[in-house]
Design a protein around this ligand. Structure first.
Ligand code: HEM
Length: 403
């Protein structure tokens, strides 16, 4: 007889957490957490352990031995993106991460990158400001982070539409693998000569920094540079797009708080961004796996069990945040799990924060009286994107006062 297992009893039966959205995800997660700190849920046709409390999710992020990132990423992303940092562990990860880290440090982001952000935000707003209405997802939140990455890399400006298509196709690789493979190949063909040019004549752009940096005598090969650049689209552009969409959606549906940000954007935009990242983190349900059977935090988890780090449940854990469902920019909470924790925590968090703050400030300053268009409320609701892992609004149809 097989011994009883944590996976025997499903806590949810009607949705598959890999693919299906549920309209009231936050309340479902809160109900599950009231019963116990984890739940067993359907996930891609098998059963997964969903971690629901702040303590468990934080401990899991820091425990690379039990939940090594490559156990998932080498299956899900390596075939399309190549061998990225997320597919590495131990020394290989340490050296590779150290090589690509310098341009993303806080001091460099402040000194070198921040001045580039504001003109990009204003350039995009210039395109629609006279119309008095737009869909901010289509015209701003999708375009801005992809444009920031291509400008930082020093890619030619005239290729914006192509870069957006690659970002889209790489993002949707779980749903359309052939399109993602094509984008991956086209991107490699496009960037290879630019990498060669930067190797022989480095400039002041991110790509030049990536090809010249060395750690312990190691520099990145062309394949490693390519894998890192491809990763920047799903990891860097799409997450930031969703994060900005989530905060703007929250503000549009909480007009008193939007008014508070509009009254003092230089001070309040940063707090709106932090609260948006807590209230609706773009990476909401992060799938990992436990390759070896383990006894962890009182749970006996069988080998090869998918384990989902529910960042969005952890961020609404009442043991950590009072009145957790309330969007409240006066919380001023900055330590949170949106960017992960431990060895694989987000490399681009300072860049993301600077981009989000600059983007939101520019929107609020240039679009006075910003509000949702009539009948735009449903589209602005935050929903699952590409399976349930990522969350954002489908559209933000807005109006503003213009002369
Ligand atoms: C609001 C925006 C962003 C969010 C919410 C976010 C979130 C995350 C999270 C949760 C992880 C950890 C994944 C895991 O443990 O499996 C991560 C890793 C990563 N992020 Fe971000 N990210 C954002 C923006 C960026 C940007 C702008 C960049 C650009 C450089 C970036 C680059 C990376 C990289 C390279 C990793 C992998 C690090 C490693 O494995 O060592 N991210 N991010």
């Amino acid at each position: 007889m097989t011994p009883p297992s944590i996976l025997d009893q499903l806590d949810v039966t009607d949705i598959d957490f890999a693919f299906q959205d549920t309209p009231d995800l936050h309340h479902m997660l809160a109900d599950l957490r009231e019963r116990k700190p984890y739940a067993v849920v359907p996930f891609a046709g098998v059963r997964a352990v969903l971690l629901l409390t702040h303590d468990l999710v934080s401990a899991a992020f820091k425990d690379e031995q039990t939940f090594p990132a490559p156990a998932v990423y080498s299956l899900t992303t390596e075939p399309v993106l190549g061998r990225t940092l997320q597919c590495m562990t131990g020394d290989e990860h340490r050296v590779n991460r150290a090589i690509v880290s310098p341009p993303f440090r806080r001091s460099l982001v402040t000194g070198w990158i921040e001045p580039l952000l504001e003109p990009i935000a204003h350039e995009l707003i210039d395109r629609f400001v006279r119309a008095g209405n737009t869909d901010l997802v289509a015209e701003f939140t999708t375009r801005y982070p992809a444009l920031v990455i291509s400008r930082l890399l020093g890619l030619p400006v005239w290729d914006e539409a192509t870069v957006l298509r690659w970002a889209h196709d790489l993002f949707y690789f779980p749903l359309d693998p052939p399109a993602a493979q094509r984008a991956s190949r086209e991107f490699a063909e496009y960037v290879a000569p630019i990498i060669a040019a930067r190797r022989s004549e480095p400039g002041d752009d991110l790509l030049s920094k990536l090809v010249t940096e060395s750690v312990d005598g190691t520099t990145l090969s062309d394949d490693q540079v390519l894998a890192f650049l491809r990763l920047l689209f799903p990891a860097g552009a799409d997450t930031t797009m969703l994060a900005l969409g989530n905060t703007v959606s929250a503000l549009l549906t909480h007009p008193d708080q939007l008014a508070a940000v509009a009254a003092d954007p230089q001070e309040q935009a940063q707090w709106a961004i932090w609260e948006g990242l807590r209230w609706e983190p773009p990476v909401g349900l992060l799938p990992r796996a436990c390759p070896i059977a383990t006894h962890w935090q009182g749970l006996d988890i069988p080998a090869m069990t998918p384990v989902i780090f529910a960042i969005n449940a952890a961020h609404r854990d009442p043991a950590k945040y009072p009145a957790p469902h309330r969007f409240d920019i006066t919380r001023h909470v900055t330590t949170m799990l949106s960017f992960g924790q431990g060895p694989h925590s987000c490399l681009g968090s300072w860049l993301a924060l600077a981009e989000l703050r600059t983007g939101l400030t520019a929107l609020i300053q240039r679009l006075p009286g910003l509000r949702l268009a009539d009948d735009a409320l449903d589209d602005a609701a935050i929903t699952s994107q590409v399976g349930t892992a990522l969350r954002g609004p489908n559209a933000l149809r807005v109006r503003w006062n213009h002369t």
